[in-house]
Design a protein around this ligand. Sequence first.
Ligand code: UD1
Length: 459
Amino acid sequence: MSSTSSSRVDLRDHVQDQDLSEEYLSSSSRDYSAGSSPLTTPALSDEEFDFDVPSEDALFAPTQAPADGSEKYIMVIGGLGYIGSHTTLELLREGHNVIVVDNLSNSYKTVLKNVRMLAAHHCKVNNTPMPRLRFFRIDYRSKAMHVLLERYSNLVMTVDATSGKQVVSYQSRIAGVIHFAAYKSVVESIQQPLRYYRNNVCGLVNLLQELERFNIRNFIFSSSATVYGSKANAGLPLKEEDLIHHQVKTQNEAGETTIVEPTIEGLSCPYARTKYFGEAILADVAEADPDWRIVALRYFNPVGCDPSGVLGESPRGEPTNLFPVLTQVLKGDRSNLNVFGSDWPTRDGTAIRDFIHVLDVARGHIAALNWNSKKGNGFSTFNLGSGTGTTVLEAVRSLEQAAGREIPLALVDRRPGDVGMCVASTERAAKELGWSTRESITKCAADLWNYVSKVALRS
Ligand code: UD1
């Protein structure tokens, strides 16, 4: 689309400041997942918005230029969850203005204050201006999302390249969207498949439509190594091309063509299928409209936390992932760790995973965002993993070392749906994104213990 701008209407005038109600902070989170569809939610009320982070402008006034309506933002949906909060923090540390959208269904408002505090500290130490951080406590599937996107858009007059006619369209100040807001429990997804499909799949489709309306087509999607399904059991590092969504044709030097058809194998639960469907939908969207630049990041096993010990993983409800369960044991909330399976064909009989420090995952998002802005083209996938396999027992030992105490274990049966080995091939991310992990499992364990001993033990 050509962009000869002859007039500009600032839509911020249409949303009054009272829409940002700090009072709503203390009221309970609105759960759109339970009752009526978010799409039937009544029109926007003051309650939909939560609050702007008020004090950073005051704190950093001397170095922060006043907003003039031209500043760009990265929108982080689900930006206060475990990976979301670390990514928000890294974005701020890298100087990006951030809009966080989160309904606090699996996170806490204190996380926002901690992110802000850590980012402010970083900026102070490095003598850099504190970027803008805006928070909206809304469900990304609610109608409030439309108003929010409108708020960050300008109406511009452009000339249509083919017809030569003048058209009015939205130009967003949101330069990219990172979408974390999804449910991720395997067990829950088996019990409540429709809830998972409604959020992880229907929610994604509606979000993409909204983004298209506002001409936002730079999108990073939280995917998972779970999309490889039972291909993981081959015992080899998983390559991105092990799961493709469209036919791939290649030609060798002799002119011979090879055609690879997409195949999926052994997706073990509704959660895994939501991630697969999410990717497939995104691949189709990018195929249909070449203006989209979409990256799906396939996370292996994110663990650890910011070394400050201020941010960590604190899911609401019963944790099922290894490190959150280990945290419970260390805090004394659980007597022992049940090790699911000690008869896998691995060096100690326990399953092998590719544990990756959450800060590396966060940096992976920034690398993907930068790559997507400059070189992105259609739909792309990247593994976010270290390439190193660690057994469950080795992971436990690293945490025991960090904590200086033994973790009681019970060896029990394999967990249904588990795979014996799941390790990333890291080649594509290293070559294309220029990204690879910096931290070891030892560092993951040390940072987690730091968080547990500093914060979690006190709560
Ligand atoms: C799981 C999901 C995966 C999802 C990821 C993040 C399954 C089969 N896969 O990955 O789709 O993307 O979480 O939510 O659940 N373990 C124990 N005891 C425990 C907990 C875990 O021994 O109490 C073992 C597991 O059996 C596994 C390893 O630790 O071998 C890692 O488990 P977990 O942290 O749940 O991650 P994944 O299973 O790899």
